[in-house]
Design a protein around this ligand. Structure first.
Ligand SMILES: Cc1cc2nc3c(=O)[nH]c(=O)nc-3n(C[C@H](O)[C@H](O)[C@H](O)COP(=O)(O)O)c2cc1C
Length: 249
């Protein structure tokens, strides 16, 4: 399994480079991501099976729903969604006639399955919703290791034992506001359950980053990652996974 992990990490590195190189053109990027995603998914399917047998999640929470917080970051891009029921392959899902971000869609499915409070992580400065300015700004922020200020705060953190945390993969990493988030709060003694969506990079190394930033928390290693192409059809999968995380069955 170590060899597989190394191969997997190498592929992830190659993929991140590919994404960086291709980001100037959306179609090109998407084609690269899809190709890479197939490769990665083939590789990680076996790995995930191995891990579920030999390395179970560090912790799965036992909670009543009042103890659950579902924190998420989501930037739904401004695309024309008229005349479509569900958009595949972009950053939005059309739900009840309204376009919602992929992570918002997943967060709401988690709440439907296990209850809890939804908490949207928002920044003081709004992000551009057009694709090119958004990817450029995200790249600049990553290069600067920025900590964009957050405008939403968790009330009564002490009441929560279990924090689902959702974010899109941006440039092979968490969006920079997630670094602000994990620096702003101490989740010691709590269980963090990551979930994400992506265009091919899955979680990259973000779960390890979260564990490093929150050494006092139990960070679930097998968080849920879903391709943006599949988010619109993922409700059942997300709900079943969330239920399993909370109930342990
Ligand atoms: C700024 C930016 C950078 C991205 N970088 C990556 C990336 O490196 N790897 C990847 O797989 N997907 C990447 N994506 C795709 C997003 O992870 C994907 O569209 C996600 O579903 C967006 O979720 P949201 O609608 O909730 O914001 C990027 C998207 C944006 C906007």
């Amino acid at each position: 399994m170590k060899v597989k992990k190394i191969i997997s990490m190498l592929l992830a590195g190659v993929m991140a480079l590919g994404l960086l190189a291709g980001c100037g053109s959306q179609e090109e990027t998407q084609a690269n991501e899809e190709q890479q995603e197939t490769q990665i998914e083939e590789d990680t399917t076996n790995d995930a099976e191995d891990e579920s047998q030999s390395e179970p999640a560090e912790s799965s929470a036992q909670n009543s729903d009042g103890n659950i917080l579902i924190a998420y970051f989501s930037i739904p891009e401004d695309i024309d969604v008229s005349g479509i029921d569900a958009d595949a392959g972009a950053s939005v899902v059309v739900k009840d006639g309204e376009a919602v971000g992929n992570m918002q869609f997943m967060a709401e499915a988690i709440q439907q399955a296990v209850g809890g409070e939804l908490f949207r992580i928002e920044t003081e400065e709004a992000y551009p919703l057009d694709h090119d300015p958004l990817v450029d700004q995200a790249a600049d922020e990553q290069a600067e290791n920025a900590r964009p200020a957050l405008s939403t705060k968790i009330e009564n953190l002490e009441q929560y034992d279990t924090i689902f945390v959702g974010f899109p993969n941006w440039w092979g990493d968490m969006p920079q506001p997630m670094y602000t988030f994990f620096e702003e709060y101490d989740f010691s003694g709590k269980t963090i359950i990551p979930f994400n969506s992506h265009g091919g990079s899955r979680f990259s190394n973000t779960i390890q980053t979260i564990a490093d930033m929150q050494p006092g928390a139990a960070v679930v290693e097998d968080g849920l990652t879903i391709s943006r192409n599949d988010v619109a059809d993922s409700s059942e999968e997300v709900m079943a996974w969330a239920h399993e995380m909370v109930s342990g069955e």
